[in-house]
Write a protein that binds this ligand. Structure first.
Ligand code: GDP
Length: 227
């Protein structure tokens, strides 16, 4: 039943100009991230099979994670939107890249057919998508890596898709607990060949880590983004 297959939602962001500087990343990298996400981000489409993904060759950055991990909140914080306009189909400006919001997994009440649909869609996407530059794997900063995250990591390792962990809801745990989780997640990821070694730490609520995540995404945009 096609109707039960959760869609992957594709957004387009295209670069414009501007600059500021903040921590960790270089000022230029932060400025590049800010410049990229100043651009309008428009909903392009929701797809339930990879055949209907955009075919113009723009690079794609995907966001994956358990349902309720804070994926919508993080994408909204990243793009500066309050709500994702899932119905708007305004064509995006030329250039930029696609943000692919992968359906959340691990929802206990999901019907079997939806889980099957998810597994097939994600498997097809991860294995067969030249445009996919990186998957940001969202992990709840209170809970760390769970069994179904490991299933997704296995799929990405097998498909040799570059991925990076992003802790969400970093405002929730105490600083000491957060540090323990960061270390644990980092240690586990270090054992995975396709995983990028750095763990990004974010809070959609406070905005911490958002400029850094923007910078990381911008660094993957075609030729970088010159502020
Ligand atoms: P999704 O299912 O992964 O898209 O998750 P949502 O973005 O809908 O968030 C799930 C729940 O976590 C909601 O109740 C959010 O308000 C909450 N949440 C999301 N991001 C944060 C955050 O950075 N900090 C805190 N404290 N709560 C968050």
């Amino acid at each position: 039943m096609a109707g039960l297959v959760p869609a992957m939602n594709v957004f387009n962001v295209a670069p414009t100009m501007n600059a500021t500087d903040i921590s960790d990343f270089t000022a230029d990298e932060i400025a590049g991230g800010e410049a990229l996400f100043k651009a309008p981000c428009v909903f392009v489409k929701g797809v339930t099979s990879i055949e209907t993904l955009p075919d113009d060759g723009r690079p794609e950055i995907a966001f994956a994670g358990r349902s309720n991990v804070g994926k919508s909140s993080l994408i909204n914080a990243l793009t500066g939107r309050k709500t994702l306009a899932r119905v708007s189909v305004t064509p995006g400006p030329e250039g930029g890249l696609y943000l692919v919001d992968m359906p959340g997994y691990g929802y206990a009440k999901a019907p079997k057919s939806a889980v099957k649909g998810w597994t097939r869609l994600i498997g097809d996407y991860l294995k067969g998508r030249r445009e996919l530059k990186r998957v940001y794997l969202l992990i709840d900063a209170r809970h760390g890596i769970k069994a179904n995250d490991r299933d997704t990591m296995k799929l990405m390792d097998e498909a040799a898709v570059s991925y990076q962990a992003v802790l969400t809801k970093a405002d929730k745990p105490k600083q000491s607990e957060l540090e323990t989780i960061i270390a644990k997640v980092g240690e586990e990821l270090a054992k995975h060949p396709a995983a990028y070694p750095q763990v990004l730490v974010t809070s959609a609520r406070t905005g911490s880590g958002i400029p850094e995540l923007r910078a990381a995404v911008a660094a993957l945009a075609p030729n970088g983004v010159v502020p």
